[in-house]
Design a protein around this ligand. Structure first.
Ligand code: FAD
Length: 290
């Protein structure tokens, strides 16, 4: 099922993100975890590609398994930066063979060595090139990434949004945002992208922080601004795992309620293969989601 059909609903829906395992031996565990996440009946589940320490070759297996066994629509991520055109063509053919209809088209992160190197002869430089190829290759519903706090490689928001417009014009049906912890950053981003003529749905990405160690990793990955209100909570509960988990879930729930109150319909939650966290958030929102 295409996400563009799932997204038409006029009520709050949540989607969740999972990542593939590092090794084949843990594939069964991850499949079991994703089944628990699917049992919560989110609007859709996205499966990352190589990110979060996972292995790219399991992305399709997880996405296909979940859709076929539970009927929950899935979104398979695909990156292009260190791939050849031939590899990407093979991945796209695999996606078609696995019945994948929804693809998140990403560039992928550059390693520190790659950042300084000459990449002029690489086949791909930006996600918009992958979006164009997917659009030409089949009837996919295509997503792209966006950055309310500006992608770290962009000089400023104006430049970042003009590249985002190019990516959407290449064929994105929707965008999902990088995580943020201050909703006002998302609202001002939304204002700027709409002003730039980008009209596709933009799903805010919310990361429930459930342990003090997760914060360091989240900042490294996203460079997100941590508001004082959030840091105070970490100061108070960071040493108490259970309390930190409860407080982090409450903070994410509060962000989602505020987003919905301000007109957002689908919120993407970075559930990080944690069905209990996803379940608790849904439980906190039970009267709103029904
Ligand atoms: P792009 O859209 O190519 O943008 C990257 C940078 O290049 C930006 O600064 C942009 O402004 C600039 N740019 C874009 N087009 C042009 C152009 N034509 N000319 C000049 N500059 C340009 N990584 C993974 O490895 N696997 C995943 O599964 C994964 N999932 C993600 C999901 C979401 C929702 C998000 C937000 C990120 C995800 N990432 C994932 C991380 C992502 O790969 C990195 O953030 C990466 O650095 C940028 O990817 P992008 O697709 O946004 O790239």
């Amino acid at each position: 099922m295409k996400l563009t059909d799932v997204l038409k609903k006029d009520k709050l829906t949540l989607s969740f993100e999972v990542f593939p395992p590092k090794t084949e031996t843990t594939l069964e565990d991850v499949l079991a975890t994703t089944q628990k996440i699917a049992a919560l009946r989110p609007a859709f589940v996205s499966v990352t590609y190589g990110a979060g320490g996972g292995t790219s070759r399991y992305t399709l297996a997880i996405a296909e398994n979940m859709y076929k066994t539970t009927g929950v629509p899935t979104l398979a991520h695909l990156t292009c930066i260190s791939s050849t055109r031939q590899t990407v063509a093979e991945r796209i053919a695999d996606m078609k063979a696995h019945g994948i209809e929804n693809v998140m088209a990403l560039r992928g992160d550059l390693t520190p060595e790659q950042k300084g190197s000459d990449r002029s002869d690489w086949d791909y430089h930006h996600a918009c090139e992958l979006v164009r190829e997917l659009k030409a290759a089949g009837d996919f519903c295509i997503g792209g990434a966006c950055y309310p706090e500006v992608h770290p490689e962009s000089v400023d928001s104006r430049e970042d949004i003009s590249h985002l417009k190019e990516k959407v014009d290449a064929g994105c049906d929707f965008l999902t945002s990088q995580m943020f912890f201050d909703n006002s950053l998302y609202y001002s981003f939304l204002y700027r992208v709409r002003e730039a003529g980008i009209t596709v749905p933009i799903f805010p990405g919310i990361m429930p922080i459930t342990s003090a160690t997760q914060i360091k990793r989240a900042i490294e990955l996203s460079g997100s601004f941590m508001p004082h209100r959030f840091l105070a909570l970490v100061d108070r509960f960071g040493q108490d795992p259970e309390a930190m988990k409860q407080a982090g879930i409450a903070y994410a729930t509060d962000q989602i309620i505020d987003l919905y109150a301000n007109g957002v319909r689908n919120v993407h939650v970075y559930t990080m293969n944690k069905p209990d966290v996803a379940a608790k958030i849904m439980d906190n929102l039970s009267a709103i989601l029904n």
